[in-house]
Ligand binder design. Structure first.
Ligand SMILES: C[S@@+](CC[C@H](N)C(=O)[O-])C[C@H]1O[C@@H](n2cnc3c(N)ncnc32)[C@H](O)[C@@H]1O
Length: 246
């Protein structure tokens, strides 16, 4: 079976772009086949506009387990690969176990792009029902390992694109972000979703849970997709979260 590969141009600055290639491997989880969703396109192209100065201030010696960026529900991994390349950081791209080979294929496909930008990426399992357990399978240049995320070794940057589409997701996603986001003033979680009418209540519940857990949206906005390029709800909402008390 021929696999479909797409090229995404991701904005690095007003004048520069990075090219990220994505292959849709034949993976599925919970009835959903692997594909790249419009939220990942929005998130990737939003990164250059954010207060990157603060995010860039994360130095490698501040990063336990070597990862500056954690992507949740990565799917094909476009957002995590884009963030790693844009910021020259090391990213951990996670999803349910059956999706991980599809992420790894895209990590491999973009190895040269990551290298050119002083970045790297690794795929692994992080199931939001067990939000503190990360498993990284063995690959050519990576030993297998499992670790627990705790108060001390959280991630400085978390990305989540199109990860709220069942009634369980507001609780699961917020509990995972609250567990995995580093307790640091510069830590940020970036969340994007399509504003599908059926999920509006889930989105509001998610905001309430994030705020109840001690986070506050530092930046938020809405973007429209180009319907010639994507087949989804036109309007998307994005938000950048930080710890309120730090
Ligand atoms: C709609 S897709 C979005 C994929 C990608 N972020 C994008 O925007 O292209 C949702 C992703 O969340 C993952 N997911 C769903 N439930 C999950 C869970 N409990 N733990 C981890 N990932 C989960 C799915 O496997 C899927 O890859």
């Amino acid at each position: 079976m021929a696999l479909h590969t797409s090229t995404f141009m991701v904005r690095k600055s007003a004048t520069e772009q990075i090219s990220v290639s994505i292959v849709d491997m034949p993976c599925a989880a919970e009835g959903l086949s692997l594909t790249t969703w419009s939220s990942a396109g929005i998130l990737s192209n939003l990164l250059h506009k954010l207060e990157v100065g603060k995010i860039k201030a994360v130095q490698s010696d501040d990063v336990k387990d070597d990862f500056a960026i954690l992507e949740l529900g990565a799917g094909t991994g476009l957002s995590g690969l884009s963030a790693a390349a844009l910021w020259g950081q090391r990213a951990l791209l996670t999803d349910l176990p059956t999706i991980v080979p599809g992420i790894q294929a895209n990590v491999d496909l973009n190895a040269h792009v990551l290298r050119e930008h002083g970045a790297s990426a690794v795929s692994g399992t992080l199931d939001w029902t067990k939000p503190d357990m990360v498993s990284i399978p063995k690959s050519d240049n990576q030993r297998a390992r499992t670790f627990t995320v705790d108060e001390v070794n959280g991630f400085p940057i978390i990305l989540a694109a199109d990860t709220m589409y069942t009634e369980e997701h507001p609780v699961l996603l917020s509990q995972t972000i609250l567990r995995c986001l580093r307790r640091s003033p510069s830590a940020r979680a970036i969340v994007v979703y399509a504003m599908r009418v059926a999920y509006i209540d889930h989105m509001r519940e998610f905001w309430e849970l994030m705020e109840a857990g001690g986070l506050v949206a530092e930046q938020e906005g809405r973007e429209e997709i180009d319907l010639r390029e994507w087949d989804d709800e036109k309007l998307h909402e994005w938000s950048v979260w930080k710890w309120k008390d730090l």
